[in-house]
Design a protein around this ligand. Sequence first.
Ligand code: S3P
Length: 168
Amino acid sequence: MNVVLVGFMASGKTAVGRRVARRLGYTFLDTDHLIEDEIGITIAQLFEEQGEAAFRRLESAVADKLCELENHVISTGGGILTQPGNLERLKLAGLVVFLNADLEEIIERLQRDTRRPLVQGGGLREKVTALLTERLPVYQQSDVIIDTKGKSVNKVAGDVIHSLVERL
Ligand code: S3P
């Protein structure tokens, strides 16, 4: 069984995913890193040179392959569920867990971000609010929803493991 973490940028998917993987003895994977390894440039460069649509195509292709894995914890990019079919692809791959982070915590963490193309250039609060409002309905179709507000990485990791164990 795999665990697939979804949620907004800076919601803790990578930190929590690494912790869950370590505690379960599973392998950690990050879809953004898989894409960067494949194309040999950063996601920011890809957005700049070929646009968001090119990134989304690669991301959906990666989502399609995840069902071949076993005992992995997979952290996904925050926009993966915006593409039709990806929720179903991720559910085929494993237990889809939405890390539901607080808006203010997200904004705080993204304040100094320089690598995520969708939140550069000012107007951070407006950008995050608009994207989150658009994406929440699809995040909420995940198998499990974990509210992360005020919780440590360790606590959220424990909640993820608990949800997984309940379903084994
Ligand atoms: C994106 C989130 C990023 C990355 C890309 C687009 C998004 O991943 O995939 O910059 O659309 O929300 P993180 O969620 O790991 O920041």
